[in-house]
Design a protein around this ligand. Structure first.
Ligand code: MSP
Length: 635
């Protein structure tokens, strides 16, 4: 890790909203990033908070019959409560109604006004109450609010206001973005901002007359106005770390390493914010990273559609750590992702209950019954042990790279794959057979290797699932506290003889209670024939275990496989020799078409067909996700 310090922020959330999955996601992601940096020994500051001014808050308070401050004091706890439940380790929680923050906003406004960065003028335009944004006539989309996903009616507005001379920074900003590719990430978001900057940039209206809105920070040079909510809100990133109040603290943390945001607030963060900072003569944040949106199935989540995912429901059913795991692993960072109960259950059962939970309970049970309940002493490592060691250490190393590249999802996938490998390793080495045959030295070597894999992977997954990984590590006798990273980079950290306690069920199996999903529109792919379900039913797909594999003489593309399909032995000939060495296939569970008429391929009988994915020069066998007996139906 090349950083010497790490300052990560989330957007500050509108205090009016009920916390939903979108808020939970950015905050969990920031927490995971912060925890990884702390694990890697990088001094870290993690900031989140709430955006408490503006028209919507004023209106909601009026509706509730209370003053706005009382209203925000009541609503802010919903966020604070959720963060507490989710194990969020923010170092500060900023509220834009904090006296200190308001003072900093006023000082900035005064300074910019004194230096003619802010001026007074008459404004003629349109206003969207929901987005709290002004638009020029030409910005409207068919006469409605042009903000992505809004499209609401706008109101005409003519009034005197104060403006920030944003337009004077347009050229500088374009140049800055082009010469600092890591400033806006992912790359396609950078292009989006550059696209936006192809049109002339307007000056930014930063005031609201009190006659219309008085819930905001008063302009220090004109008490008839309050500050525009976005100008006030963006300042949180510096006011919270001591700008104009604690120079040493500010010096320590600014510029931010990562401003994590959702894609809908890209313009405010990559146009307004950098130009504001430039006018303030402050350095730019290193990276503004815009993640995609969580969709409900394929649809946008919206209150009106009634499909907004409530994080509390999932936390209650599956636990905090499984929820954190799903959010982290499921969204390819930068892209939109679909939140469905089916996807959640799949990951929960496959990755957590089956792969991770099973490996732990198998290893601990075998250590209990054959090694006196203590970490066994490993003997010489064979080829299999070397492989599981290399796979595990590579996954741990890749996780570090993944954090640097903001692809924690990929890092997590690598670690779960290592667990899967360890399960396969046990299948191959069959410690239960070694125990039966009294091959104690080999048995201890195998169990040590599997337990070591668990120690490293659980340490590397600790930032994602701190409670469960703590419990797992306590079983192995390596403590519940955050692990030391140096120990996770090296094989052999478990000390033979250390007592291993009984394994708790980390991820109890869950019954699926599928929520009704609206009928999906069938996707028509051009040039692909649609078939009825009954047609598909004619194909009998089953899992098969490869027990033997060899090349077919005289046919350099073919392998002859002996497979077991639920007690039945079969021979299948497959054109995969270019992609797989025969010995690497033994023990794998693949998927085959079991009811295909037997055929002769190059004179060799083939009784079934295996499934594989192929594109261009790559071919990969279709396997099952986790452990499964042979002969199981695939559908
Ligand atoms: N208050 C402003 C941010 C000011 S930051 C100086 C704001 N607040 S918000 O509460 O409306 O949104 C906060 C974040 O939640 C945004 O980054 C937004 O993208 C994110 N999400 C809202 N719905 C979402 C999903 N369905 N999925 C993922 N994130 C989404 O904007």
């Amino acid at each position: 890790m090349s950083r010497t310090r790490y300052y990560v922020t989330t957007p500050i959330y509108y205090v009016n909203d009920k916390p939903h999955i979108g808020h939970a996601y950015t905050t969990v992601l920031a927490d995971v990033m912060a925890r990884y940096h702390r694990l890697f020994g990088v001094p870290t500051f993690f900031l989140t908070g709430t955006d408490e001014h503006g028209q919507k808050v004023q209106q909601a308070a009026q509706k509730a019959g209370v003053d706005p401050q009382t209203h925000v004091d009541r609503t802010v706890v919903r966020f604070q409560h959720l963060w507490q439940q989710l194990g969020i380790t923010n170092d500060a929680f900023i509220r834009t109604t904090d006296a200190g923050h308001k003072r900093v906003v006023q000082e900035i406004l005064q300074d910019l006004y004194d230096r003619d960065e802010i001026y007074r003028a008459e404004y003629d335009g349109w206003y969207c109450v929901t987005c709290e944004r002004f638009y020029m006539e030409k910005d409207l989309l068919n006469g409605t609010c042009p903000e992505a996903g809004c499209g609401r009616k706008v109101e005409p507005i003519r009034e005197t206001n104060y403006f920030f001379r944003m337009s004077r920074y347009q050229e500088w900003l374009v140049d800055y973005i082009q010469t600092h590719p890591s400033f806006i990430q992912p790359d396609f978001r950078r292009n989006e901002t550059l696209g936006f900057l192809r049109k002339p940039l307007q000056d930014l209206c930063i005031s609201r007359p009190k006659s219309r809105l008085n819930w905001g920070v008063e302009l220090p040079f004109d008490s008839q106005f309050v500050c525009y909510v976005w100008f006030d809100a963006l300042v949180n990133y510096i006011s919270a770390i001591g700008y104009r109040s604690d120079p040493a603290l500010f010096e320590r943390w600014w510029p931010a390493s990562h401003h994590l945001i959702g894609k809908d607030i890209l313009t405010t963060h990559t146009v307004y914010w950098p130009t504001m900072l430039k006018a303030m003569r402050l350095p730019m944040p290193e990276t503004v990273f815009a993640h995609g949106w969580w969709l409900s199935g394929q649809d946008k989540m919206s209150k009106s559609l009634g499909n907004v995912v409530n994080p509390f429901d999932y936390i209650e059913r599956f636990g905090v750590d499984a929820f954190r795991y799903f959010l982290t692993a499921e969204m390819s960072l930068g892209q939109d992702a679909s939140f469905t109960e089916v996807a959640f259950m799949r990951r929960y059962q496959a990755d957590l209950a089956n792969d991770l939970g099973n490996l732990l309970s198998r290893v601990v049970k075998l250590i209990g019954s054959h090694c006196g309940g203590r970490v066994p002493s490993p003997g010489t490592m064979g080829e299999d042990e070397v492989r599981i060691r290399d796979v595990t250490l590579a996954a741990a190393k890749d996780m570090v790279d993944a954090v640097e590249r903001m692809r924690v999802d990929q890092g997590v996938t690598g670690l779960t794959n290592a667990i899967r490998e360890a399960n396969r390793y046990l299948e191959r080495r069959q410690p239960w057979v070694l125990a039966r045959d009294g091959r104690q030295a080999e048995l201890e070597t195998v169990l040590y290797a599997a337990a070591e894999c668990l120690r490293i992977v659980s340490g590397m997954l600790f930032p994602v699932m701190p409670t469960k990984m703590g419990e797992l590590r306590a079983v192995l006798g390596v403590g519940t506290e955050a692990p030391s990273f140096d120990r996770l980079r090296e094989w052999g950290g478990l000390v033979p003889g250390t007592p291993v306690s009984a394994a708790p069920i980390l991820f109890p199996r869950q019954e699926s209670k599928p929520t009704p999903v609206p009928a999906a529109t069938p996707v028509e792919v051009e040039g692909v024939m649609s078939i009825e379900y009954t047609d598909f039913q004619k194909v009998e797909l089953r899992t098969a275990k490869i027990v033997q594999a060899e090349r077919v003489e005289g046919a350099d593309k073919l392998l002859r496989l002996q497979v077991e399909i639920g007690g039945e032995a079969r021979q299948i000939v497959a054109g995969i020799a270019k992609f797989y060495a025969p010995e690497t296939l033994i023990g794998r569970t693949i998927v085959v078409v079991a009811n295909l008429k037997p055929a002769k391929i190059r004179g060799v009988e083939s009784n079934g067909m295996l499934l594989a994915a192929s594109k261009d020069d790559v071919l990969r066998l279709v396997t099952v996700d986790g452990e499964m007996v042979s002969g199981a139906t695939v559908k």
